[in-house]
Design a protein around this ligand. Structure first.
Ligand SMILES: Cc1cc2nc3c(=O)[nH]c(=O)nc-3n(C[C@H](O)[C@H](O)[C@H](O)COP(=O)(O)OP(=O)(O)OC[C@H]3O[C@@H](n4cnc5c(N)ncnc54)[C@H](O)[C@@H]3O)c2cc1C
Length: 336
């Protein structure tokens, strides 16, 4: 455990917002009691890699920074391996660790920033794969009584960028470890999302394995998304909205090129980035807060934007998209 009162959080969030706060590092589960005793308080919130949040002010109380490490095989069969990872493990390094051992299932989720512990929070997803597809269980500490509880797939109530931890149990648990069920044998790869097939072709690969898919995803992501180490951002700022077919049709009458996908009976998922771009926001900049020039779904900090400025920009986009298309955008990023 380490207690750091009133430090800058600029390096602890990928938006690079310069706020300050009290940070308590949790290196082992027993630290939780020690930190509560030493600070006289519970956790204000849990911090992972800071890649899915926006600080709009100096957070109050003590932030608990998750640094619970370790990767182990929990179980194994001919077909599967169940891998348990500490919540403080870096997600992308964990993906590479699994690929090196030829454990498949998460190769499409390569290069997503952040830590293992946050992966179930919003059921991270990319290129046709979500964490729920390989999720076995997780262990989380109940912050009200310090008791370790196991959650199975059903209890996590995963949805599109959703889980029970963002809603009914918000702020109640600190995820300590996650167990994933990965494939040991050759399995059907998901290549039909984004430009994966095209990228593999460009690389001259006709019989790809999981390492090839991972490399292709890394190449695509690196060319499309801004690197937070260079330009502050938190990935997709908004979720892709799900609307009725009637609303989708109405938009399509005016814009036949609308990008929309089936999302259940009578429903369509629309690309939020497309709506924002069509509304004219792509590349927009106000002070140091802006909309990325290649991907309108990503809001960026050119250097010294405050969280409040980025939030205001997001609010202006929400209002404008609603006025233009009649679609209400929802933020994916956690606002603090
Ligand atoms: C360039 C870029 C690209 C991205 N691409 C994608 C993508 O393709 N798909 C996708 O799904 N996401 C994407 N993201 C968003 C982000 O990387 C993920 O949501 C990631 O899982 C967040 O992890 P983190 O450790 O940084 O969480 P943080 O930002 O630190 O925390 C996020 C939320 O989870 C809570 N939390 C974190 N750890 C724990 C824990 N152990 N226990 C309880 N609560 C916890 C926090 O309190 C907070 O509410 C992207 C972000 C960036 C910057």
């Amino acid at each position: 455990m380490e207690l750091q009162p009133s430090i800058s959080l600029k390096r602890l969030n990928t938006f690079g917002i310069d706020v300050s706060g009290n940070v308590a590092t949790v290196n082992e589960i027993d630290d939780i009691g020690r930190i509560a005793d030493a600070t006289g308080q519970g956790a204000a919130f849990i911090l992972g890699g800071g890649s899915n949040l926006l600080f709009t002010k100096n957070p109050e109380g003590w932030i608990w920074k998750n640094e619970l490490h370790g990767i182990e095989i929990a179980d194994e069969s001919d077909e599967f391996v169940w891998v348990k990872a500490g919540a403080g493990e870096n997600w992308h390094r964990f993906v590479l660790h699994c690929i090196e051992r030829n454990w498949g299932g998460i190769e499409n989720l390569s290069l997503i920033p952040g830590l293992v512990g946050a992966s179930p929070m919003q059921n991270i997803g990319a290129y046709g794969v979500e964490i729920k597809d390989v999720f076995q269980s997780l262990e989380a500490i109940d912050l009200t009584n310090g008791v370790l509880r196991t959650f199975d797939l059903q209890e996590c109530a995963f949805g599109y960028r959703e889980s029970v931890f963002k809603h009914d149990l918000k702020g109640q648990f600190m995820i300590a470890s996650v167990t994933y069920r990965l494939r040991k044998k050759k399995h059907e790869l998901k290549l039909d999302y984004g430009d994966i097939r095209k990228e593999l072709e460009t690389q001259g690969i006709s019989q790809p394995g999981i390492a090839d898919v991972s490399r292709a995803v890394i190449a695509i992501r690196s060319s499309k998304l801004p690197d937070p180490n260079v330009l502050g951002n938190a990935g997709s700022f908004f979720k892709n909205p799900v609307v009725s077919e009637a609303i989708e049709q109405k938009i399509r009458e005016k814009y036949p090129e609308l990008a929309a996908y089936p999302a259940g009976e009578g429903l369509k998922k629309i690309a939020a980035g497309w709506l924002i771009e069509k509304a004219g926001w792509k590349g927009f900049r106000r002070g140091d807060a802006g909309v990325h020039s290649k991907q309108a779904l990503v809001l960026v900090n050119y250097g010294s934007a405050t969280g409040a400025e980025i939030w205001q920009l997001s609010e202006d986009i929400v209002r404008n998209v609603e006025d233009t298309f009649g679609v209400l955008l929802e933020r994916e990023v956690n606002i603090l």
